[in-house]
Design a binder for this molecule. Structure first.
Ligand code: HEC
Length: 107
């Protein structure tokens, strides 16, 4: 019985993580794609206009700290034309989006 509960808890945790990841992808496609592109490469008209960097490039990812990514999303950046997401996403959702952005890096 104990084993079964552990399996159930593990399955639920996995489902929650998967749901969060799917939600982060949706948020990225909804709020970030116009400039950063669906894969974070910045290969969009706006992305080229604003000279966004290619976040699939490990060298570009290495220049970013998780705290900076979190801050850029939460507070936005006027210079970069990024709107703050503080009123659109919870801190947990922003964290999941940071993880999503990290996952766009080419291995
Ligand atoms: C209107 C265009 C636009 C949108 C929409 C946008 N960004 Fe940006 N973003 C930029 C520009 C321009 C830069 C500066 C150049 C660069 O670092 O690529 C930037 C920079 C960043 C950075 C680097 C911040 C740093 O400290 O160097 C991150 C991380 C980022 N964006 C993530 C996101 C995420 C996640 C979203 C969606 C919530 C988003 N951006 C939406 C234009 C945009």
């Amino acid at each position: 019985m104990k084993k079964l509960s552990i399996v159930i808890i593990a399955a639920l945790a996995l489902m929650a993580t998967t749901a969060r990841a799917a939600e982060a992808k949706d948020n990225f496609l909804k709020h970030c794609k116009s400039c950063h592109g669906p894969e974070g490469k910045g290969d969009t008209t706006l992305g080229q206009k604003f000279k966004v960097r290619d976040y699939s490039d490990p060298k570009v990812q290495d220049t970013l700290k998780d705290e900076d990514i979190f801050k850029a999303i939460k507070e936005g950046n006027e210079k970069n034309h990024m709107k703050p997401m503080a009123d659109k996403m919870t801190d947990g959702e922003i964290k999941a989006l940071v993880t999503h952005l990290r996952g766009l890096k080419n291995k």
